[in-house]
Write a protein that binds this ligand. Structure first.
Ligand code: HEM
Length: 337
């Protein structure tokens, strides 16, 4: 039997098909691995996909929200550096620094005692409304600080401790509490402004108080410079909380409505201001809590039950005490002439 022979034109056809299929598969592979560029076969329009603009890369979008076209924004890296390093350092550094300074001061000075001892006669210092305003602001502030700090330190401190699964709902609750508690915080802030602003206006006597550091370093006792209802130290805390609180509220609410008044750069600036104010206020409030509790005998009563001992009032707020005496507001004392 003669072997079957393929005709020449059939062999040529097979070779042609093999070359064609090889070329097609190489082309398809090239298409899969290449990102379509502005001149790639998939790009119908011969226009650039993005353009550099003010050191950003701005793309093109067909939706109304044009800010979503920003592809690369170099300031974002600086902001992330601030968020993940500088902010944490500022909050932890100021809080730990303030606590250390107070601990050293406590070792040196101990609790500042009422020099003349307690007289047992009481003077009304803060009425119910004053105390409601104070505690509304104070409790809201502590909740805002705690929930804010959970967001700042969650990744480096809490996730390694409690894991992602527990941290996720914790961060969600923290964020909701931070949003909602902002309302009583602002209400408290407005109340303390309405109630105490007049008594916190700086005056000449404040200089003497500042020059002598309020007699805080004098161990002789009873050497406190004269003061009205609030001394210069308390005025400093008042204005820090009021102005800082207004700043926190303004930047905080603007962050809650992203891009309402500014672009991405403005949002980053608001976050930086919010964080710096938080760091400063947390340190200031640590100092305030110290002096209102273990730092000074009799001080907590003013905001606890609203009344202070007569000797405490005389030593720390002499001018205010004399006014109360004149008006007959000191228990067991007749109005003075
Ligand atoms: C009306 C008052 C306030 C409002 C409306 C407000 C709002 C906000 C908003 C929207 C954020 C961004 C959260 C996020 O990343 O999604 C934030 C973060 C933060 N807030 Fe407030 N806040 C207020 C007061 C306070 C106070 C009093 C403190 C503490 C002293 C505070 C401390 C913080 C901290 C530490 C962060 C986290 C910053 C970060 O790590 O990114 N805030 N706040």
């Amino acid at each position: 039997m003669r072997p079957t022979r393929l005709p020449l034109h059939a062999l040529l056809l097979i070779a042609l098909l093999a070359v064609q299929s090889l070329a097609a598969s190489t082309f398809a592979q090239a298409q899969l691995t290449q990102v379509p560029g502005q001149n790639s076969p998939t790009t119908k329009e011969q226009v650039p996909l993005y353009v550099p603009q003010d050191d950003k890369l701005i793309g093109r979008v067909s939706i109304p929200d044009e800010k979503l076209a920003v592809l690369v924004q170099p300031e974002g890296r600086e902001w992330r550096e601030w968020r993940t390093h500088t902010l944490r350092l500022a909050i932890a550094g100021l809080a730990i620094g303030m606590t250390a300074v107070l601990a050293i001061f406590f070792l040196y000075r101990g609790t500042i005692r009422i020099h003349g001892g307690k007289s047992g006669r009481l003077v009304l210092r803060f009425n119910g409304l004053d105390r409601f305003a104070h505690w509304t602001t104070a409790v809201s502030f502590l909740l805002m600080a705690l929930t804010g700090v959970i967001l700042t330190f969650g990744r480096p401190l809490l996730i390694p401790l409690i894991g992602h699964q527990a941290f996720t709902p914790l961060a969600e609750y923290a964020k909701s509490i931070h949003n909602f508690v902002s309302v009583p915080f602002v209400v408290g802030l407005l109340m303390i402004m309405g109630l105490w602003l007049r008594d916190n206006i700086p005056e000449k006597a404040d200089w003497t108080w500042i020059r002598t550091a309020g007699g805080l370093f004098s161990k002789a006792g009873g050497q406190h410079p004269e003061a009205g209802r609030f001394n210069a130290g308390q005025k400093l805390v008042f204005w820090s909380i009021v102005l800082g609180g207004i700043g926190m509220a303004a930047t905080g609410y603007l962050m809650m409505v992203p891009f309402a008044v500014s672009g991405i750069g403005g949002m980053q600036i608001m976050h930086v201001i919010h964080g710096l104010l938080a760091a400063g206020l947390i340190a200031a409030v640590i100092g305030h809590i110290y002096i209102g509790t273990i730092g000074m005998e009799g001080a907590f009563d003013a905001m606890g039950c609203g009344e202070v001992d007569e000797n405490w009032a005389m030593e720390h707020h002499r001018r205010w005490y004399q006014e109360q005496l004149r008006k007959g507001y000191v228990e067991g004392r007749q109005p003075a002439e």
